[in-house]
Write a protein that binds this ligand. Structure first.
Ligand SMILES: [Zn+2]
Length: 219
């Protein structure tokens, strides 16, 4: 910006501020929207022509990021607002030690790129699960996003597909991945089961298990 600024730059910026004050959509209005979402301390920055402090903005962004990830509800609660994020946080979050000391399924040579992509999509809320139908054109009410592969009437979410569903040959898939699944403590709830396999040392097996369950659900 500084390198390409000319003597006209201040005038252009002033004109853009005037456009914003007049209610037009412009750079200044977009910058104001961004600053306003960072909190009250930044809302008036543009109007009062305060200089912007990179450090303050970075700290506000980090605070907002932490707040978002700390206030996510249970993935199985009907009122949870950001279900894909909540699902990722509570069920698929890999512990830090996984990134520091081991290779995840994304960087394991035994996992083909297309499988890694499928698994990554699944962890972030794949539309093969009816629980994610809200994010498609169907927009089903939560209570109607039930599994159509079995007769349990359960919500079709990631835990149901991987561990509970008795339809679509899924029990056979689980049998084939006994070495991955048997060590899961028997008293584990859905979160415990998913966290266990998300943090497994055998990341390739976890990736193939999820991919095979998806394939069984969507032949
Ligand atoms: Zn089912």
């Amino acid at each position: 910006m500084a390198r390409s600024a000319t003597r006209l730059t201040p005038a252009v910026l002033d004109a853009n501020l005037e456009l914003w004050r007049a209610g037009a959509r412009c750079w200044s209005s977009e910058l104001h929207t961004f600053l306003a979402c960072l909190g009250p301390a930044h809302t008036s920055a543009l109007g009062s022509r305060q200089s912007l402090n990179d450090g303050d903005i970075t700290a506000a962004l980090c605070e907002q990021y932490d707040l978002t990830w700390s206030n996510l509800g249970d993935p199985r609660t009907p009122t949870t607002a950001h279900r894909p994020l909540a699902t990722y946080k509570h069920w698929f979050w890999a512990e830090d030690k996984l990134h520091e000391e081991r290779r995840t399924y994304l960087h394991t040579a035994a996992v083909p790129h297309r499988i890694a992509l499928r698994v990554a999509n699944f962890r972030f809320g794949h539309q093969c699960l009816r629980v994610n139908q809200r994010y498609t054109n169907e927009n089903l009410p939560f209570a109607s996003r039930t599994c159509s592969r079995c007769t349990s009437g359960a919500i079709d979410d990631a835990a149901h597909l991987l561990f509970e569903c008795t339809g679509a040959a899924l029990p056979h898939v689980r049998t084939r991945f006994g070495a991955l699944l048997t060590p899961i403590p028997t008293h584990s709830d859905a979160a415990g089961q998913l966290q266990f396999i998300s943090n497994t040392d055998n990341q390739a097996s976890m990736a193939f298990f999820i991919s095979d369950c998806m394939r069984a659900a969507q032949p």
